[in-house]
Structure formats: C-alpha cells, structure tokens
Design a protein. Structure first.
Length: 513
C-alpha cells in the first residue's frame, strides 16, 4: 500500500518515484547496522499489557520497550502477527520476512504470551496501562436468508487455514463474493490451490471496488474473472454444486463514502453454479462489553486513543478505525505507545539518533521507470505461494532514486528577491519615506485607477498636502525627476491617449493636451 506515491510530484512528468519499491530495497539489503545505534530508555518499572499481536500491537510493543517500559504481549494464536500472518497470503508477504520483523521486536525484551484469549480488559490485572489492539478480525456474515444452508466459506477462516498449511481446501470452480483486498486474496489463493476457474462477484462497479488497484491488476493478470453489479440473493447446495441466485443491481448517486450507491433491479436475476463459494463482504470489530461503541460499530476513543483514563486503557488499529491498511495500524500503535508513555509520566518523545551511511553505488546511464508488472510474471498455479514480486536490484534502485526531483529542497531555497512594489499605501507613514526632492507624484483610488498626476519641487510635501486635504486616494507612486513639470506633462499626455480623459484630480481641460 503506497499512498505516498499518489502525492509524488514526479507524476506530473511521467509517473511517481517507486517509493514503495525503494523502501523494500532498503529492507532487503538491511545489514543490521541500525541496531548498533538503537537506544533503549532507562527502565521505568512500569508494566504495560498489550492484547493483540497484529501490526498495531507489535508496533506499540516496540516503541514502549524502547521507552523503557516492561511489555507483555498477548495473542489468541500460536504465533504473533495477526492478520499479517493469518490473513495475508504468503505470495504477498513471505512468512520468513514476518518472522524476522517480529523477532527484532521480541529481542528487545518484549514477552509474548501465545494462546491467550482475553475478551475484556478486566481479565488482566496489575498493569500500569493497557493497549487493546484486537483488530477487525471477524467476518461480516451474509444477510439472513441468503445462505440458510451455511454453504459459503468464510474468507478469513479460509485464508487462515491456507496460511496454516491446509492446501486441500479447493477444487473445481470457485465464486468469491466481495470486492475488497480480502476477497482478492481469497480468490488468488484459491487459484493457487488448484481451482480451475475463479470468479469474483461484486455488487458495485469496478470503479467502486475498495481493493487496491495493484491487487486488482495482478488478479486480472492471473486470469481471475470479475462480474460487477451482482449481489447474492440466495445460496443453496444442489447435489455437489452450490447454486447462487444473484440479483442485478443498478448504480445510483454517490453515498457518504463518495462511492455511487446501488439498488436492486426488481425481478432481474442471474443464476450461477460453482463448486465452492467464498464470502468476503467485510470485517467487523469485536467490541468488549462495557466499552463505548461508535456509529461505525468500532471502539470509541478520545484524541489520544484512550478508552478509560482511570484504568489507563487505550485502543488503536482496525478496532478503532475499521478495517484499514497495515501502515495505518502501525501508525496507530506508535501513537498509542507515545500516549501511554505520557500517561506513565514519560515525555512521550522517542530518542533521536543519527546514522551515517556510505554507498559505492554508481549511477546508471539510463533512468528506469517503475516496472508496471512484477518481475515474477509466471502462471499463478505454477508459481504457487512463492513470493509474487521480487525487489529491485541495485542498478534499478539507484536509477529510481535519481528520478526524485528533491521537492524537499524547497524548504531551504531562499525566497526570490522581487522588485519594489510600485503601489505604496497612501498614508502618513509611507509619505514620510518619499524623498523630499523634485519629481512626479501619482495617486490612485482603491481600484488602482489614477486620480492625480502632479509634479512638484518636493514630492513628499505634495503628498502631505493631498493627505491633509483628504484627497480621494488609496495608493501612491513617485518618480524623482529634476524637470518635474516636463515629466508631469508627458505622463498626463500618456494618460489622455490611453484613457481618453484626464485624471479627475488634475482639474485640467482635456483640450489643452
């Protein structure tokens, strides 16, 4: 997920700098040097319990430990990672990468407690603060009456089984209901498990699909089919097949989310048969009893992510925002850690350290644009669950980095020195700055239209005189000139030729000119 690239100014020329791939290059080539400079704060003696070892919980544990607090990390599963481990397929996130990341966090002294299923904060005791990071790990069920036979497979349970090593789940044709990333992960996983045909059915149009654009593009490349404006009406098993009666939908006006709403077309249906149906129509939050629920059915918190000041209970991640990105969950964990630190009499600020690096990389002769297609473009069934996309080599990474236009340098660029503004405010302060020497004074009204052109031995005295007479002027300009009467005449002639009349304040007969 790379929202930073949508804001990259380089796209004005051709396409954004491949920021996501460059970050991956840095991670792929990590030599561990940063660990030498990593500083742990002095032990505070404070203990924090974190429930949920997904990206939000792991991030909070990392930062709290750096700040010197003792951290116990609880999760209901055998391994840490949350949806990173049990919801994202291996071809998108290899387990070895996840294991390495988690080990870096636990090695700081975070204590992980697997198989620990806590439903309410009160089940934990004797901690100075709590962070509830249980995510949005429950599936939204199909509407009552649509799947009375319970034949649809839950997408999250399906992905968890696949990521746990169960590869004998799918065969034949598969219908996936939904349009989010979970739906596409399930569809692409089914294809790798041996499904002959996989079709994704979405009740809106392609433009409204919430899945990331890159995921949709890769699914299409893998020959996954898409059918739009179809909503499940009835699902039942007939012999060995699953029969889906899909109602046709029509697009309407945009709703609160900005997407166009849809409504059913009365009496119009499409009949579909498949060997398996996977339902991926959304995720919801399991909110503990006694905790406020927002209108979006998520946990209610204040601006600091706090649920209960007295208990020092915080929450963050998908259980507060609703199903979102891993990046957003990491941010929520960091924010919660700093807020918890402040509640425990800390500064709420991370230690800063500087790492100097050197590189022997040489610039390539040709600038390389982002590769639109991943480098591992092989048949998904042949590829299986091996990593879908390889990272940049050094030459490509350097070429990409050189495409950056360094927009950040605008913060250190000296402002351009502009010529003096011709128009000065017609007031006593500005008049005192006019030279007391011969020249021509020009006065303007609020619309910067000329109201007077006057020559004088002292431009300052003439301006002061007009100010005292309450002359109709808002702005002024002056031009030093020894032959001020001649220059006045020239300027009046130019004004008459341009406007067809004299300035009102000069009180001269146009015929004289």
């Amino acid at each position: 997920y790379n929202p930073c690239e949508s804001g990259c100014r380089r796209k004005v020329w051709d396409e954004p700098v491949a920021i996501r791939s460059l970050k991956r290059f840095a991670a792929d080539n990590d030599d561990g040097y940063w660990k030498q400079e990593l500083k742990l704060g002095k032990e505070t003696g404070k203990q924090v319990a974190i429930v949920g070892a997904g990206p939000a919980g792991l991030s909070a544990a990392y930062y709290l430990r750096i700040l010197g607090h003792s951290v116990d990390l609880f999760d209901r599963e055998e391994k840490a990672g949350g949806m990173l481990r049990y919801g994202i397929p291996d071809f998108r996130l290899p387990p070895s990468v996840l294991d390495d990341e988690i080990e870096k966090i636990l090695s700081l002294g975070v204590t992980f407690h697997p198989n620990s299923n806590y439903n309410v904060p009160e089940e934990l005791d004797n901690y100075d603060a709590y962070f509830w990071a249980t995510g949005a790990s429950q599936s939204v069920k199909l509407p009552k009456g649509v799947d009375n036979d319970n034949v649809a497979i839950d997408a999250l349970e399906f992905l968890k089984a696949v990521n746990s090593g169960n590869t004998n789940l799918i065969s034949g044709s598969v219908a996936v209901i939904g349009g989010g990333n979970v739906a596409l992960d399930a569809a692409r996983s089914a294809l790798r498990l041996g499904a002959e045909k996989v079709t994704v059915y979405y009740r809106r149009s392609k433009d409204e699909m919430p899945a990331y654009e890159s995921e949709i593009a890769e699914a299409i490349e893998e020959q996954i089919q898409f059918e739009y404006l179809l909503s499940p009406y009835e699902i039942e098993r007939i012999d060995k097949l699953v029969s889906l009666r899909m109602q046709k939908m029509v697009r309407g006006d945009a709703d609160d989310s900005g997407r166009r709403s849809v409504s059913p077309i009365d009496g119009e249906f499409v009949q579909v048969e498949a060997d398996h149906v996977i339902a991926a129509i959304g995720q919801r939050v399991a909110v503990p009893s006694g905790i406020d629920v927002t209108g979006s059915a998520t946990i209610g918190v204040n601006e600091n992510g706090c649920i209960d000041d007295k208990m020092n209970l915080y929450a963050g991640g998908d259980n507060v925002s609703g199903a979102s990105s891993v990046v957003a969950a990491v941010q929520a964990g960091r924010k919660a850690a700093l807020a918890i630190d402040r509640s425990l009499d800390g500064s709420g600020e991370l230690f800063s350290y500087d790492i100097s690096v050197s590189s022997n990389a040489t610039a390539p002769d040709e600038i390389v644009l982002e590769r639109r297609n991943p480098s591992c473009v092989m048949n998904a069934r042949e590829q299986g669950f091996s990593e879908r996309e390889s990272g940049f080599d050094e030459t490509t990474a350097v070429a990409q980095a050189l495409r950056c236009s360094r927009c950040d340098l605008r913060l250190s660029v000296t402002s351009v020195v502009l010529p003096p503004d011709r128009y000065k405010i017609f007031n006593a302060i500005e008049i005192d700055l006019i030279p007391a020497e011969p020249g021509v004074l020009t006065l303007f009204n609020a619309n910067k239209e000329v109201t007077l052109i006057g020559g004088a031995e002292s431009m300052r005295e003439l301006a002061q005189e007009k100010l005292e007479d309450n002359f109709d002027a808002a702005y002024m300009a002056h031009e030093p000139h020894q032959m001020f009467t001649q220059r006045e005449s020239e300027l009046l002639s130019e004004h008459l030729q341009q406007h067809g009349s004299m300035p009102g304040g000069n009180d001269l007969d146009d015929e004289l000119f």
